[in-house]
Design a protein around this ligand. Structure first.
Ligand code: HEC
Ligand code: HEC
Ligand code: HEC
Ligand code: HEC
Ligand code: HEC
Ligand code: HEC
Length: 386
């Protein structure tokens, strides 16, 4: 038996295809390096901006021109090592930044390169995305209207690499169109490297769940209850202004209305019947938690809702318009810290803040015009971390 037989032009054609595939992968590789820098920078974004001013650490705009590459690599991997070794500049910025140690990063040199390239190219990237980006990062109080989950470059490179591996395997084992086996092997190895790299980056991102919108055991709609029927959030989330947790209502709260309301306009009796089933079987409804901060972070609703007077929508988006709850903010450290830097506290005539004498003096003398959450120590590490 012969293998599939191809005439000469077909062979050339196939060779050209495999070269194109190779070129494609190399360009995918570059795209990915860009993506990698962007992904890695999320860790840094908690404390640094690029061109938007100081957060906990200095603004990193132009840092690659200001400082030696070699020094940057050492500093980013373990800044305290340089400080302790007495490096003049490291000690200087450490002291200028109230001796807040920058946490070490377990990066390879390649990863540091990717972050630095991202910082260096940020201005260009921003200009091209300007309009869309400004909404998302400039203003804490504008909520991302686009609820679609963007299909990222990373995911595209992942799927294309998997397909290329399959095609290469198919040809290696069955069709045997390309005779030189080394070509298959090179293609498979490169694609496999892309696949693992993407998996690692995605895993690093797993903790973050912006746009998370799980199915719930009952199709409960905030749009119908908090929107159309204008039920106050606190009617159901009754502990939100006095305790750390907002709380999820028990089935008894649902029954206050649903012993009368037995049918809905969208789902008829079907979904409401699940409430009655829960009452009869004495089994609580197992709602899936949408927002999840890591255990090492302390967050208190009463502090924000009652003391800080912050509206639910500033953090949770337009819940009144959501049929299904979606997490609209990333709940990352940068998100918390940024709002604390911008938001003014109700400082004057507030007994709660009488003890901040220095700030009161600065206000009187005109040295300060507003007092932010940051000024009262809201961005001290131990305020948010156990
Ligand atoms: C928890 C906060 C925090 C995180 C996260 C963080 N940094 Fe820093 N960074 C600082 C502080 C604070 C300084 C000032 C130096 C010091 O106090 O040691 C600094 C200084 C720097 C400097 C020197 C800047 C200058 O103008 O001299 C660079 C570069 C830098 N960081 C890069 C990074 C990169 C890249 C990341 C992410 C991989 C990162 N940092 C993550 C807090 C942080
Ligand atoms: C400053 C931002 C902020 C504001 C304002 C805020 N929330 Fe939250 N909310 C959060 C965060 C962050 C979580 C996740 C908490 C966690 O995982 O520990 C959360 C979680 C929740 C939960 C899940 C249950 C729980 O208690 O953890 C509910 C319900 C909730 N919020 C309702 C509300 C309502 C209702 C309001 C307005 C009265 C409100 N939130 C105001 C940030 C906020
Ligand atoms: C303050 C009164 C009130 C409370 C409390 C209440 N509901 Fe409702 N609910 C209504 C009304 C009114 C409707 C009918 C709206 C419509 O579809 O016209 C409704 C409709 C529904 C529907 C059907 C929606 C549709 O259109 O098909 C479901 C499911 C539902 N509620 C679940 C719940 C659950 C679960 C709870 C408890 C967490 C709850 N409700 C608490 C007033 C309430
Ligand atoms: C009729 C009762 C009811 C009202 C009114 C209500 N909620 Fe809820 N809320 C629920 C229930 C039940 C859940 C759990 C199911 C879900 O996530 O959809 C929930 C979940 C949430 C969550 C997600 C919690 C998590 O798992 O992280 C947020 C945020 C939230 N509500 C905010 C609000 C806000 C803001 C309002 C007012 C605009 C409001 N709710 C009004 C019953 C209510
Ligand atoms: C929308 C703006 C906003 C966001 C987002 C926000 N906060 Fe706050 N936060 C405030 C305000 C305003 C106060 C001051 C309340 C007051 O007057 O004491 C505050 C106070 C605090 C305090 C008490 C500070 C002190 O000095 O006593 C802690 C802790 C805190 N926030 C943690 C967090 C965490 C953790 C997150 C992110 C998960 C977060 N906050 C997100 C606005 C915000
Ligand atoms: C206003 C609240 C707040 C303050 C202040 C704060 N953090 Fe965080 N931090 C967070 C939140 C929220 C997360 C979780 C981020 C996530 O899940 O992605 C976090 C995560 C971290 C992480 C884990 C890395 C990561 O990005 O997930 C480190 C390390 C960290 N913080 C260090 C610090 C240090 C050091 C300080 C003081 C300079 C500090 N934090 C101050 C809220 C805060």
């Amino acid at each position: 038996m012969h293998n599939l037989h191809f005439c000469k032009p077909a062979k050339y054609f196939l060779k050209i295809i495999s070269i194109i595939a190779l070129l494609f992968m190399i360009s995918g590789w570059e795209l990915q390096a860009q993506d990698e820098g962007e992904q890695l920078f999320k860790v840094c974004a908690a404390c640094h901006t690029i061109g938007k001013g100081k957060l906990i650490g200095p603004d990193l705009k132009g840092v690659t021109e200001r400082l030696e590459k070699e020094w940057l690599v050492k500093f980013i991997i373990n800044s305290q090592e340089l400080v302790q070794a007495g490096d003049e500049y490291a000690v200087k910025i450490f002291e200028e930044n109230n001796k807040i140690p920058m946490p070490p990063n377990n990066f390879t040199t390649g990863q540091v390169d990717a972050v630095l390239a991202y910082i260096e190219n940020y201005d260009m990237a921003v200009k091209t995305e300007a309009a869309a980006d400004e909404h998302a990062t400039e203003d804490q109080y504008v909520f991302m209207a686009d609820t679609e989950n963007p299909f990222s470059n990373l995911q595209v490179s992942f799927f294309i690499s998997v397909i290329i591996i399959l095609i290469a395997l198919l040809d290696l084992l069955i069709t045997r169109i390309v005779k030189v086996k080394a070509i298959h092997i090179i293609i498979i190895l490169i694609s496999a490297a892309v696949v693992t790299e993407v998996s690692i980056l995605e895993a690093q991102n797993l903790g973050r769940q912006q746009y998370y919108e799980p199915d719930q055991p009952i199709q409960f709609s905030h749009r119908i209850h908090a929107g159309d029927n204008q039920t106050d959030c606190k009617y159901c989330h009754s502990t939100v202004d006095e305790s750390m947790h907002a709380g999820i209502p028990s089935v008894a709260v649902c029954m206050n209305c649903h012993n009368v309301v037995k049918e809905g306009t969208q789902t008829g009796k079907e979904e409401i019947a699940k409430i009655y089933a829960a009452v009869e079987t004495h089994k609580p409804i197992e709602w899936v938690k949408v927002h999840n901060l890591p255990d090492h972070v302390y967050f208190n609703h009463a502090q924000h809702v009652s003391v800080g007077n912050i509206d639910c929508a500033q953090c949770h988006g337009e819940v009144k318009e959501m049929d299904r709850i979606q997490q609209v903010n990333d709940l990352g450290m940068g998100w918390c810290v940024n709002c604390h830097r911008r938001t003014e506290v109700q400082f004057i005539n507030n007994d709660f803040y009488r003890s901040y004498e220095k700030l009161h003096e600065q206000l009187k003398s005109g040295k300060k015009t507003i007092v932010t959450v940051d000024d009262i120590g809201g961005n001290d590490c131990q305020k948010c971390h156990y």
